[in-house]
Design a protein around this ligand. Structure first.
Ligand SMILES: Nc1ncnc2c1ncn2[C@@H]1O[C@H](COP(=O)(O)OP(=O)(O)OP(=O)(O)O)[C@@H](O)[C@H]1O
Ligand SMILES: [Mg+2]
Length: 278
């Protein structure tokens, strides 16, 4: 079991993600195929924290689903830990953009569910689930049903469920999108601290440029659909901590990225009106 200190952790490079020439088309029953990703190549190192940024509809979620093994790979190569991805696995935990909690299970049952078939002994599951529920600040709500929670609370419950499994790779699709600013700040710190402690590989999708620059070591900018890699920007700063956001080097990087993304979003709008929504 990957506990962050086990000797298997020492065998580096196990959670690297290699994407090469990856394209993806959605083929709805009616209408034309949708070209979502075009010839995407990206190398993510073991234990790296990477953010994906790009205009709406550029294929960020698609790329995450492909890495997660939820979509079939038709064109290109996608290796995780050196192996071709064919299906989901416990090495890759995903927090979906639209939080996927079982409505008929309580918070605790939802988090416990993630721990079934993971090798965590039954007696440890309750304790582990409660630990992560506390970590996302949902203590007191473990017996609540999703319908009784706010959007932000549901999102945190989904985060707890994925974190509790302790996957080597965390795929997070706008996991903080529904949170208020203050909770969002707290959760950013929690995610950073989890990443620093457990050294997982993280692929984090966000619409928030400052969040991407703050959390990630590299920000991957994607073009409007069909999504391509537009540019990858290093966003490592000498020290972490929220104070870094006030530094000139942070603001400069953030505004550079913001300007490029803004241009791309405008392009996406023009493209959509010219092509009648396609
Ligand atoms: N099942 C599907 N069938 C047809 N088209 C789809 C399907 N899922 C996604 N698409 C289209 O593929 C493109 C990429 O979608 P995707 O959800 O990956 O974008 P995204 O970058 O995550 O967008 P957002 O920022 O809005 O979440 C979009 O144009 C979307 O409309
Ligand atoms: Mg998305």
């Amino acid at each position: 079991m990957a506990d962050g200190s086990g000797s298997e952790r020492a065998l580096a490079s196990k959670a690297a993600i290699e994407v090469e020439g990856l394209s993806h088309y959605y083929r709805p029953n009616k209408g034309k195929p949708v070209h979502a990703l075009d010839n995407v190549s990206l190398q993510i190192k073991d234990r790296e924290f990477v953010s994906l940024l790009g205009p709406s509809g550029c294929g960020k979620s698609t790329l995450l689903y492909l890495i997660g093994g939820f979509l079939e790979i038709e064109q290109g190569k996608l290796l995780v830990s050196g192996r071709q991805v064919t299906k989901p696995g416990p090495d890759r935990g995903i927090v979906f953009q639209h939080f996927a909690l079982f409505p008929w299970k309580t918070v605790l049952q939802n988090v416990m569910y993630g721990l079934e078939n993971t090798g965590v002994p039954r007696k440890d599951r309750l304790e582990r689930a409660q630990h992560y529920i506390k970590l996302v600040h949902l203590d007191g709500f473990q017996d609540s049903f999703p319908s009784q929670l706010s959007g932000g609370m549901r999102q945190r419950a989904a985060l707890a469920r994925t974190l509790a499994v302790d996957p080597d790779i965390l795929l997070m699709d706008e996991p903080l999108g529904a949170l208020d600013a203050q909770t969002r700040g707290i959760m950013q710190e929690e995610i950073l601290s989890i990443w620093e402690k457990t050294q997982k590989t993280v692929v984090f999708v966000t619409h928030d440029v400052r969040e991407a620059v703050y959390l990630a070591e590299r920000v991957v900018m994607m073009s409007a659909r069909p999504g391509r890699i537009m540019e990858i920007v290093e966003t490592r700063f000498a020290d972490r901590g929220p104070g870094v956001m006030d530094r000139p080097e942070f603001t400069e990087k953030a505004s550079y990225i913001w300007n490029r993304i803004k241009g791309e979003a405008a392009l996406a709008d023009i493209g959509q009106s010219r092509m009648g929504g396609h």
